[in-house]
Design a protein. Structure first.
Length: 241
């Protein structure tokens, strides 16, 4: 067992129960075996831990990668690069091995999403979903099957249609991407635009997921930067001071 699985096994919190607990037991093995001391000493906290977030991310990543019926090298590289940045090369390799095991499993997506929605805070769910959208476009294109699947996941995670569009605009920008990024329409007034920006700046601020650690906070900053870029574009377009 490598450092990555030890790190996850040491902090799963609410993930230990329900469908995620069963899946985590499969990919991590003896770390959370029902007979192990590690499992029995786990605090049954309702707070989302870094380990719990990672398990949720790996499980849903495997489901998204299979949504269009094939797993591409681009998708695997995207996931690997993400984990290299977050944990380093050795831990990333272990994460990919876990992911390969998950890709062989039939993931009960609806049940997993419901467990995440019930237990994970909204800010973390938003960051999780934005990452999943990144996985879907890692091979250069997002199929209709993937879009439909992501929209289904968004609904199960308790995200609004506007939040889905905001995530989509991050990776698949269209002519209205700046407005969709801020979860508004081009008909929004100047006051509504400013209000939307303030709301988004709070909702997606990297400090909201500070508990996940510096590396995940840095990853969350990419969305925050996009929000500011969108606001700058709209201000220039509408001559907003």
């Amino acid at each position: 067992m490598g450092k990555f699985s030890k790190w996850i096994g040491g902090g799963l919190g609410w993930v230990l129960g329900g469908p995620l607990g069963a899946i985590a037991g499969f990919i991590i093995g003896s770390v959370i075996d029902s007979q192990s001391e590690v499992y029995k000493s786990q605090p049954k906290t309702t707070k989302t831990t870094p380990g719990g977030f990672i398990v949720s991310l790996l499980v849903l990543t495997s489901a998204v990668m299979k949504a269009d019926g094939k797993v591409t090298k681009g998708e695997l590289n995207y996931v690997k690069n993400f984990f290299v940045k977050a944990f380093g090369a050795e831990e990333a390799q272990e994460a990919i091995l876990m992911l390969r095991d998950l890709l062989k499993q039939n993931i009960p997506v609806d049940d997993v999403c419901r467990q995440i929605r019930t237990n994970m805070d909204k800010y973390s769910r938003l960051q999780l979903f934005n990452y999943l959208f990144g996985v879907s476009q890692a091979d250069g294109a997002v199929t209709q099957a993937e879009l439909d699947f992501l929209k289904h996941i968004a609904q199960l995670l308790g995200l609004s249609n506007e939040e889905f569009k905001s995530a989509k605009s991050t990776f698949i920008p269209d002519n209205n991407w700046a407005y969709e990024m801020l979860e508004i329409t081009p008909s929004a007034s100047e006051e509504e635009i400013k209000k939307a920006y303030r709301k988004m700046a709070v909702k997606y601020h990297p400090d909201k997921v500070e508990y996940l650690g510096k590396d995940f906070k840095n990853a969350a900053n990419e969305k925050f930067v996009k929000i500011n870029q969108a606001y700058d574009i709209i201000k220039k377009e509408r001559n907003i001071a």
